[in-house]
Design a protein around this ligand. Sequence first.
Ligand code: NAD
Length: 520
Amino acid sequence: ETTSQTADGQTTDGQTTDGQSAGVAEITHWIDGTADAGHGARRQEVFNPATGQVTGSLHLGDGEDLEKTLLAARRAADLWAETSLSKRMAVLFRFRELVASHTQELAALITAEHGKVLSDAAGEVARGLEVVEFACAAPQTLKGDYSDQVSTGIDVFSFRQPLGVVAGITPFNFPVMVPLWMAPVAIVTGNAFVLKPSERDPSASLLLAQLWKEAGLPDGVFQVLHGDKEIVDGLLTHELVDGVSFVGSTPIAQYVHETGTRHGKRVQALGGAKNHAVVLPDADLDLAADHLSAAAFGSAGERCMAISVAVAVGDAADALVEKVGQRARDITVGDGTESSSEMGPLITPDSKERVQRLVGEAEADGAAVVVDGRDLVVDGREEGFFVGPTVLDRVQEHMSAYEQEIFGPVLAVVRVDTLEDAIRVINANPYGNGTAIFTGSGNAARTFQRQVTVGMIGVNVPIPVPAAQHSFGGWKDSLFGDHHIYGPDGVHFYTRGKVITQRWPHQNDESTASLNFPSN
Ligand code: NAD
């Protein structure tokens, strides 16, 4: 039986899409201010990963849907760019209030399709909200510069204008936060924004669309177009798209960057990660173990800033493995809607199989499986895509579990002798998203932060996602393009600078024109 769904996740028969109801919700696009089933004939199933049940039928867009969306975006972008900053700010402030007051509804939609526990989902909304609040600083961040009298009677000033139509292509692991890394900054700077959410957990994006509308945003400025490679390729090549923000895995990020830039678009493409936390012998090992286990197993390890490798230096190793192992065993895994659950399922059966396989390969290659979550079964949720927290010790750099982004609740411990060795391991890794050091030594921390080739660094902080007034971005294979996302880089990414040199001569000023190159 198929029922239709409104943006807040209610099916028409009044049941919620929490996977417990029998109905399968139709999940539509949001084009030019309304829910729109679109023209595309293809559908994709959406699951509740905790129960393994199909809960949604997602409409995948086609070329006709893309054309309709982009034409609406183009029309809206022209009007929106001319709308006064004070009117744009009023929409942003209302949107901020609406997201804050709908945190629980957004969190419920995230948990129903992603699986993370509700409190973690609410945390995701809160971090997205910080970027909305940063966008509320646009009167300051968009302010230009002015140089008076650079030459006699001549002033120079600069300001920034929107790119026009920009697209955001987002991953499954943060269905609200990552769209909010992009849309508020793109919109407040005067662009129209087209969101292509992950096919795996698409419903929260529709509630965001409804909240933008309720905040007074004109139709067409924020749209949601669902799809897979066909729509992504369309966005990357269509002449009406001026810029693309992408967040996802490294191979797709690289493809998106290459294809988009080849078609003349500005592109920022954030990729995958393998985040190392170094633990020195002088660290508070209980604090380090608490934070490592939270950073490795929170959201089942499906965070781009999850710590997946602990680099234990010297004497720290034995005690650290013992303490982290204890914490991993104590974690309650279950359906994210239950308040007792600390960790939910993985997103798909494929993800579960990948995690199990990589742990098996590490074991075969000589790593020690200290805590083994491969065969975990949750009572009453036998069909869910669960894997338990897993700790691997004595992992080496040539093992597949080290080389690949596992994207599951697995902490690999690599043992080294010195801080220099730890830095060498991190710098040899192709990813460079985040890293952390646990130590009591300011000097060691300073050496570390200056020498690692990683974009975001925590000192006794395991997941150093920058506050919204800074920008988020990794180095090396974790980011393709020149701009990090949100913060000042976000404002620059979504705008182009102009510099004006002006003279307003008096009628009887003597002409200074000359065939020589003008100098001041
Ligand atoms: P993904 O790369 O599979 O998908 C991301 C987006 O790309 C989705 O919207 C998807 O529809 C689209 N896509 C997938 N395959 C495509 C193809 N062949 N051609 C064109 N488009 C395609 O990533 P995911 O599995 O949804 O998300 C997890 C990944 O995202 C992890 O690697 C994680 O590290 C990364 N991530 C990175 C950051 C960061 O800030 N660097 C943040 C969140 C997630």
